[in-house]
Ligand binder design. Structure first.
Ligand SMILES: [Zn+2]
Length: 377
């Protein structure tokens, strides 16, 4: 069981790297060069000053050169990653589950980075969310069979449903609560219109219909070389009608309609996100900011984060995670208001925390709930 200790130490080192990522990625700086230096005096941090937690304690939280205070946040993040890595290695020991824990600790480290960046900037960078989805999918090839973690198909369904639920909350919520300005960029050939069309198609005929509808609408965009815009209010009125039609169960089962609308919306959202991420990397200057990119409590960064959770949890535990995140988010929001805060609190950290809780306790919570309903064994 000494592997737990080794992985926890590794976690502290990765936590030290996470501090660099959290600081540099939002600023658009390289995470490799130059080596870390004191932000106050520029003093190059020596290797012995860079030992996780220990150096901070030794230096009494001060720069060795200018005695400027080093934030407690740095050792805190190193301790959190060490603890998270250790807990994951304790739950899925290498001795019993092989390398099952490896993809999980990578995703854990990425969740820590995403949460801190979201707290700092109200944005979740694509360069973290999208690769984390890939790590979760690849992880299914590594997990031991007895690990209780999702298979490839369970991961894909979980990821699609996670992205779809948050995307639909974002689109429908924006119609009800606050009208987002129509997006000016990132529409052709694949954008928000295709996400909306996928929702309607999926609700009417299942996820394959949703994907078909989105593909058809994208092909029309490509052929006409124009963006055919469809008013969202009308699309989502149609969506409600489609859900009502499928709830009658004459055409497809109500379950296929619900899962179909979430899955199709989620898949199109993630495929679109990947497309635009590559477009952005390929273009020399950054693409103009989409108006949806203005900070909102639950934006499209959370859609991608929910997909990360879906691929490591599968859809059942994902639903537990989403439920917990809404609960924690509501409690956190009320607590912040009571404390007199008026800063917009990002939803990402609540999602990440709830995903980790569901990873450890989701199965127990589902069994407990089924027991309450008298469905458990
Ligand atoms: Zn200094």
């Amino acid at each position: 069981m000494y592997s737990i200790f080794v992985i926890a130490i590794l976690g502290a080192l990765i936590g030290s790297f996470a501090n660099v990522v959290i600081y540099r990625v939002p600023a658009g700086k390289s995470i490799v060069f130059p080596p870390s230096s004191c932000p106050n005096c520029g003093h190059k941090i020596k290797p012995w000053e860079n030992i996780p937690v220990i150096s901070w304690l030794f230096l009494r939280g001060k720069c060795s050169s200018c005695k400027n205070l080093i934030s407690f946040r740095y050792p805190l993040i190193e301790m959190i990653t060490a603890l998270g890595f250790g807990l994951l290695a304790w739950r899925w020991p290498i001795e019993d589950y092989g390398f099952t824990v490896i993809p999980l600790v990578i995703i854990f480290a990425m969740l820590v980075m995403m949460s801190m960046i979201d707290i700092d900037t109200l944005l979740l960078p694509d360069s973290l969310t999208l690769p984390a989805i890939l790590v979760g999918i690849l992880g299914t090839f590594i997990y031991a069979e007895t690990s209780g973690l999702p298979t490839l198909s369970q991961a894909l369904i979980g990821g699609a449903i996670g992205a779809g639920i948050i995307a639909l909350i974002n689109r429908v919520g924006s119609l009800v609560v606050r009208r987002f300005a129509d997006t000016k960029e990132r529409l052709w050939p694949l954008g928000m219109d295709q996400v909306n069309v996928a929702a309607v198609g999926g609700a009417l005929g299942g996820w394959t219909w949703g994907l078909g509808a989105a593909a058809a609408s994208m092909i029309i965009n490509l052929l006409t070389r124009k963006v055919i815009r469809l008013p969202e209010l009308i699309i989502y009125a149609l969506w409600v009608v489609a859900l009502l039609v499928s709830s009658l169960g004459t055409f497809i089962s109500p379950i296929s309609g619900i899962s179909g609308t979430f899955m199709a919306t989620g898949i199109v959202s993630i495929v679109g996100a990947i497309f635009w991420w590559f477009r952005e990397m390929a273009s020399k200057e950054p693409l103009p900011e989409e108006e949806d990119d203005e900070p909102v409590a639950m934006g499209f960064g959370d859609v991608k984060l929910a997909a990360v959770l879906g691929v490591i949890l599968g859809w059942q535990q994902l639903l537990v995670a989403l439920f917990l995140s809404f609960l924690l988010g509501a409690v956190g929001g009320i607590a912040s208001r009571l404390a007199g805060g008026d800063r917009l609190i990002p939803f990402g950290p609540y999602l990440a925390l709830s995903g980790l809780l569901a990873l450890f306790f989701g199965q127990n919570l589902i069994q407990w709930y089924m027991g309450l309903l008298g469905l458990g064994g």
